[in-house]
Design a protein around this ligand. Sequence first.
Ligand code: NAI
Length: 338
Amino acid sequence: AIKTLNNSASCSHLLRRGYGSEAVPDRKVAVLGAAGGIGQPLALLMKLNPLVSSLALYDIANTPGVAADVSHINTRSEVKGYVGEEELGKALEGSDVVIIPAGVPRKPGMTRDDLFNINAGIVKGLCEAIAKYCPNALVNMISNPVNSTVPIASEVFKKAGTYDEKRLFGVTTLDVVRAKTFYAGKAEVPVAEVNVPVVGGHAGITILPLFSQATPKANLADEEIQALTKRTQDGGTEVVEAKAGKGSATLSMAYAGAIFADACLKGLNGVPDVVECSFVQSSVTELPFFASKVRLGKNGVEEIIGLGPLSDYEKEGLEKLKPELLASIEKGIKFANN
Ligand code: NAI
């Protein structure tokens, strides 16, 4: 009995500490596609985030149930569900961060680009609404193909006259999450201490993990680095195949999306030295958009951090990915302007 008491006492203490809301500014987060495979666990994780004061869950169907469910969790944020296009404006109004996991996922045999036809239209419509109802929000784009949906968003915002390149992010955090996990396993170092930048884009060979910069350092052979690189690039396909027609990564993606949104919120709140990799408008290479380490601040992107020294293998990978990434970027821009 004493043990139980102790446990519950320390538990409520943790909750009080973690979720005390004094001194933390109000922040509204909207999740678009909140009833989906990613959307639901992401809604849960955002409900657990003490930086969120208002959580808007939007989808074209099923959000009332998800919102009612999540809203019973005794954490800071107030949760509201919005369903159908006529409620999109209300869902978005006043949002500081908008996370977009709306759209169809891959099935075995599909590439992310095969999703283009459906998801491009969904993203375009949602971004038109963002431009209208919360033009200053930080947009976290999860819907694939990210290499094209981010350029689509930028064109929609430009047309609406609201584009601010500092506020648009392609979420590539799952590539970083995977690179860290796979590296820790191979290098036999504690996963919690691992850092690995992942640059380029978010599909196949455009995903370029920089294991030469990974910490803690480990003396891995070239073949091991190449295998880790390939596994990181194909990590999404590994999940798609294991799910055998039931979709793509949802739980690990929700985790990654929650990490990235948390970084955006910390940046907005003025926490110093918040750095995450993201696919953003960039002059790090000659391509108009590129993923690299980004410092987040009160206005979104505070600083885009360069690639740093690359190994010969990474230099080769960088040159190889450029034509494919550029084609995906141009495809998105063309779609948005037609
Ligand atoms: P899902 O099909 O389970 O959920 C998608 C949700 O979007 C559904 O609830 C659907 O009703 C909703 N939706 C469709 N049209 C909408 C609209 N116009 N407005 C609002 N909601 C709408 O799919 P899942 O597994 O959640 O994947 C979502 C997207 O995330 C896919 O495009 C997938 O490829 C992408 N993804 C991205 C990753 C990344 O690393 N950036 C990783 C994994 C998936």
